[in-house]
Write a protein that binds this ligand. Structure first.
Ligand code: NDP
Length: 332
């Protein structure tokens, strides 16, 4: 397959720490960076050996690139995605797709109309741990799944303690940052959709008043499976995990809600405990390889635009539930 020519929308930390390297590992060429700040864009391009940076989105989209990676703050994804789709570019967009559900739906519609691929960067679908759990459930190893529990709490690194804690317009808060990933992951592992959500949030003082820096909640899936999540920025010594409990076995993954290709999965049944064999690989490389294949007409992205809409619907319902102290239904 020919190498993809990429442009980056956003001189972001996640690009710096994970995605630029992953694009290059998949054979992608990064030709340009769009930033709203010419000095930041130029410094970023220089840091990564990218030949061109610009503050003009029109010029950027008119340049010879096949795909864009959008990793600006969440409020900007929608307009940038629509512009990129109109310019005929394939789009890998960061999560959450948008801050409003109608915007995310609009993004999917615009990409369909423009016949370009839209992928949501829910990288946790690329984890060997989660793929192994999904396969084990499909193979009947735990019988009928009854419950899933996700611990995705941790401590927000100091260099990320910016808009996530202070800027509601940009999509601040643990729910749009972390619960949205859990929602996608649970849908993926269970192959099920959410019916309703009930959540409670905490502000321990790390985030500004009115923004949650931790959340817990329950998602009821259409099959009846109960899903529990614990997300947060404030706890330094938590171990992340995903547990799925069925009527004849349990799967317990540890150290798995992370950006790194690590973690273990234990299968516990009447026969005892076995560690599943895992093929660990860079999660972002897997995500980008699936995106590339989808562009070439083979299969779908690991997490599609529609998946990004579904995870956002759950996250927004969790926020509404916390605000209204009620169980919020998710539209089919
Ligand atoms: P950053 O804060 O690093 O970057 C977001 C935007 O902030 C950039 O596009 C940039 O704007 C601007 N910016 C960058 N540095 C500065 C600075 N020093 N001063 C002022 N503005 C600055 O965000 P993240 O990389 O943490 O997150 C970006 C997106 O990626 C979000 O949607 C987030 O949810 C998602 N994300 C996804 C992860 C995943 O694993 N899937 C992990 C982490 C984040 P400009 O482009 O105009 O220069």
């Amino acid at each position: 397959m020919k190498s993809l020519r990429w442009g980056l929308i956003g001189a972001s930390t996640i690009g710096r720490e994970r995605v630029i390297d992953a694009i290059r590992q998949t054979g992608g060429e990064i030709s340009s960076v769009f930033s709203t700040d010419s000095q930041r864009g130029a410094a970023y391009a220089n840091e990564f050996g990218i030949s061109w940076s610009t503050t003009d989105l029109g010029d950027f989209l008119n340049s010879p690139i096949d795909a864009v990676y959008i990793s600006t703050t969440n409020d900007l994804h929608h307009d940038q995605c629509i512009a990129a789709a109109k310019a005929g570019k394939h789009i890998l967009c960061e999560k959450p797709l948008a801050t409003h559900l109608a915007d995310a739906v609009n993004m999917v519609t615009a990409c369909k109309a423009a016949n370009v691929v839209l992928a949501t960067n829910h990288h946790l679908r690329g984890a060997a741990t989660h793929c192994a759990m999904r396969d084990a459930i499909k193979a009947g190893k735990i019988g009928k799944p009854l419950a899933i529990k996700v611990v995705h709490a941790g401590y927000l690194p100091v260099h990320l303690q910016g808009w996530r804690l202070t800027n509601p317009t940009a999509g601040a808060g643990a729910i749009l940052d972390l619960t949205v990933h859990d929602a996608d992951l649970m849908r993926f592992v269970l192959d099920d959709d959410a019916a309703s959500v009930s959540a409670t949030v905490q502000n321990s003082g790390m985030a500004i008043a009115g923004v949650e820096d931790a959340a817990m909640g329950v998602i009821t899936f259409r099959s009846g499976i109960l899903g529990q999540f614990h997300d947060g920025f404030t706890t330094k010594y938590v171990q992340t995990s995903v547990e799925v409990h069925g009527d004849s076995g349990s799967l317990i993954a540890t150290n798995c809600m992370t950006q790194a290709p690590i973690g273990d999965v234990l299968l516990r049944t009447a026969e005892g405990e076995t560690k599943l064999q895992l093929q660990h690989e860079n999660l972002y490389v897997r995500t980008i390889n699936a995106f590339k294949s989808a562009i070439a007409g083979n299969g779908k992205p690991l997490s599609t635009g529609e998946d990004g809409v579904a995870s956002l619907a759950i996250a927004l319902a969790a926020l509404e539930s916390a605000r209204t102290h009620s169980v919020v239904s998710i539209p089919a």
